[in-house]
Design a protein around this ligand. Structure first.
Ligand SMILES: [Zn+2]
Length: 207
């Protein structure tokens, strides 16, 4: 709490879409509450809406490090998260996190979890080439995906994935597989937005 009122005084929250003061996403630009559902193999994906207009502006602002937008998105995501649910954010690449100084996806997950009474578990890490070096052949084969689960405590637990944008769903599927290998029960993912197609000018930053 402490510094927040002071920060708000100098950097008041401002709508990422229309620049109105008061919230990272004002009530006219915030998602309507009607969600979109996408079915992937073994995974139901619930999105706040399509990757366009206000949600697109919000996701891009999140990547620019806008904490006010992360809080506004967290409030919009919270109704989709059950109390005591284990929410596993998809990790931002280490490089992007260094550039932006924050992991926007994790920040939205934390904001949503505080409101919903859920638990954020950063159980996934992205594999780098270095992480593969020095492993035995069988270890490399077991770890063929792009992501690894670094938490032993997902075994036997129902976990929900959380990411910003879902396009093809391949990232969500890889992450679900990594959690399942660790014994997690993964049937549901929540995302901020679903993108219909990959457009070179308006496309999302990753899938
Ligand atoms: Zn607005």
């Amino acid at each position: 709490m402490g510094w927040r009122p002071l920060l708000d005084l100098f950097f008041p929250p401002q709508c990422a879409s229309c620049n109105a003061l008061g919230s990272g996403l004002c009530s006219s630009c915030a998602p309507s509450g009607e969600t979109i559902e996408v079915r992937l193999p073994r995974l139901k994906v619930t999105a706040l809406g399509s990757y366009e207009d206000g949600l697109r502006a919000a996701v891009l602002a999140l990547k620019d490090g806008r904490r006010d937008v992360a809080e506004a998105l967290g409030a919009a995501v919270a109704p989709l998260v059950a109390p005591r649910e284990l929410l596993v954010p998809i990790p931002t690449t280490a490089k992007r996190r260094r550039v932006r100084g924050m992991d926007g996806v994790a920040l939205v997950a934390r904001s949503a979890a505080v409101i919903a009474g859920a638990v954020v578990l950063p159980a996934l890490e992205q594999r780098s080439g270095d992480a593969q070096r020095g492993r035995s052949r069988s270890q490399r084969l077991a770890a063929r995906g792009r992501f690894a689960c670094n938490a032993a405590n997902v075994a036997g637990k129902r976990v929900t994935l959380f990411d910003d944008v879902c396009t093809t769903g391949s990232t969500l599927r890889d992450c679900a597989d990594a959690l399942r290998e660790a014994g997690g029960l993964v049937e549901h993912a929540v995302v901020i937005a679903v993108a219909k197609s990959r457009d070179p000018w308006r496309g999302p930053p990753h899938d």
